[in-house]
Design a binder for this molecule. Structure first.
Ligand code: NAD
Length: 302
């Protein structure tokens, strides 16, 4: 069992830190929020007074922070040069590829092994220990990070060198955002052409238009498996977080000089839904309401 510093105990970090404590690790937790710290303590973690105190004797440091600037601040002020030289550093936040590469470079220069390990899966997966981790870093850093990540997730995949985890995460979510919008507009058109949504689902889910956004996460209530659509788009993956990931994808595309017309359209549509129309707290499939505001939910099938 290891001494693990955990910094960032919000919606996701709270459950992840609790799972490490449950697995028997000595988890020393820090967050700027008093409420988050109190919850971590109740979940079996020890409270640290600062990030520096949390990392002082740590064998591993895990961070789960909002964005690149928080990761840069925490690593440069409180982790690099403050954690013991042999510690393995794991940043699980979703951030821009460039900041991830820069921080891994700085950590390596200072003699640390570090990975970027963003996650797929929401709050329930963080609590249930069923996240998927996409990991960037050297083979050696990946092998050291793997056993810790396995205690918080169901799948741990080595995506490539430093920053590759973030690249995989934003590419996946760009595809997801674009395919969700395409699924929504397709169902709206199908209905306007007189097709019954369930009948169209039965056909398209077995035909070449099949995709995850349709068969696993159908944006129509009462069609396909149970999804946030059946709960008025509450829970699930917030449109605001989808927008965050699409913006990161567009920033990466600009930096890599890559043409992404569908990703760019998805970013524009999610900006309108999440910000102009106030749908940021709704599940991202709720964008179907914006695509057809004359659409009426079919009676849900019992
Ligand atoms: P959150 O805002 O709930 O939690 C972030 C925590 O970091 C907060 O408790 C905040 O107080 C703390 N924090 C900020 N700056 C800090 C600092 N300098 N020192 C210590 N603590 C600090 O966010 P979240 O929903 O837990 O998401 C965390 C990361 O995971 C984000 O990068 C997000 O994009 C990603 N993510 C979230 C979800 C989700 O469903 N919520 C899913 C996948 C990935």
């Amino acid at each position: 069992m290891a001494r693990i510093a955990f910094i960032g105990l919000g919606n996701m970090g709270s459950g992840m830190a609790a799972n490490l404590a449950k697995a028997g690790h000595e988890v020393r937790a820090f967050d700027l929020s008093e409420a988050a710290l109190a919850k971590a303590e109740a979940n079996g973690c020890a409270r640290a007074a600062s990030a520096e105190e949390a990392v002082k004797d740590a064998e591993a440091v895990v961070t789960m922070l909002p964005a690149g600037k928080h990761v840069r601040d925490v690593y440069e002020a409180s982790v690099i040069g403050k954690a013991p030289a042999g510690a393995i550093l794991l940043d699980c936040s979703t951030i821009d590829v460039d900041t991830a590469r820069e921080e891994i470079g700085k950590a390596e220069e200072a003699g640390y092994a570090m990975v970027d390990a963003p996650v797929s899966g929401g709050i329930a997966a963080a609590e249930g220990g069923t996240l998927t981790f996409m990991v960037g870093g050297t083979d050696e850093a990946f092998e050291r990070a793997r056993p810790i990540l396995e205690q918080m997730g169901k799948a741990v995949i080595h995506a490539g060198g430093g920053g590759a985890g973030q690249a995989a995460k934003i590419c996946n979510n760009m595809l997801l955002g674009a395919s969700m919008v395409a699924t929504c507009e397709t169902f709206v058109l199908a209905q306007k052409l007189g097709l019954d949504p369930q009948t169209f689902f039965d056909i398209s889910s077995k035909a070449s238009g099949q995709c995850w956004s349709m068969t696993t996460y159908c944006p129509l209530p009462g069609v396909g498996p149970s999804t946030p659509a059946d709960r008025d788009y509450e829970g699930g993956f917030a449109a605001a977080l989808m927008l965050k990931d699409l913006r990161l994808a567009m920033e990466a595309a600009r930096n890599a000089d890559s043409y992404t017309p569908m990703g760019s359209a998805a970013e524009e549509l999610y900006t309108r839904f999440a910000e102009s129309l106030g749908g940021g707290g709704k599940d991202f499939s709720g964008i179907i309401k914006m695509i057809d505001d004359s659409w009426e939910a079919p009676a849900s099938a019992d």
